[in-house]
Design a protein around this ligand. Sequence first.
Ligand SMILES: [Zn+2]
Length: 306
Amino acid sequence: MLKTMIPKTIFRANLFRKITTAVGLLVFSSSLTSAQTRLSTHWEELTADDFRSAIQQSQGTCLLPFGILEKHGPHLPLGTDLLDVRYAALHAAEQEYAVVFPEYYFGQIFEARHEPGTVAYSRQLQFQLLQETTDEMARNGCKKVLIVNGHGGNESLLPYFAQSQLEKPHDYVVYILGLVETPAGGPQAKSIGPDWHAGEAETSTMLVAHPELVHQDRAKNESGADLGRQKLPANVYTGIWWYARFPNHYSGDGSLATREFGQFKMNAWIDGIVKATRAVKADQESLKLQNEFFEKATHPLDTRPQ
Ligand SMILES: [Zn+2]
């Protein structure tokens, strides 16, 4: 009995293997065709040859989503800004094709050095690494680099970086997209005071980008209240202002977050990146003006009013 059963089982197994192989080949070849026709938006996923086509398809427009590694209250992951900005930029690039640079989190975060998990590179390295990154992107055909900021602590660094591109000639343009404001008309925010870091807004967007990393039940384990410990006029700036107000590196209340609010905010962000990418692609003036400026800067005494 056993002897006669074995060949039949083997035959059935062989037949099954043949069918599954055939089906597998079909699925494989169809995914191969779609991989051939549809270029990835991720720089690191492209082959060298496809990269050439990707640069052409993106018209030399590349996104550099800029995050950070820092504490995000008691309930959100250290990489919140990086995860959020990549989610937004990659979804935007699906709508308006652009090549998206890999994970970048080498920004300004000195004010959170007292908290675990913060990675704060020196100011020289932040600047040099960003310059060499955009230089290398441009050398590879990204003549329009759109830095998409995902971290409030970079809001002084990035415009200064863009300003400093006039220091010496470049054959490419750096564009900065600051944090995108949420338009009116969506779900009403519940927060009354400041909601600037790991609070209702940021927790809500993480509920969309990576809900599995949100520990909302821990959101009240620490206070995100504004301690207002500095008594200075609003137009007097110090580097310790943030610590003076929010020493727990938490501003707002993450327990108020909802996925619905997060989706509205995230959609607005994605939309903002799509609009900026389209405007950057259409921009024919900036590089021309830069070149004119650099040429004039070599002989300022000859400059005449226009
Ligand atoms: Zn953040």
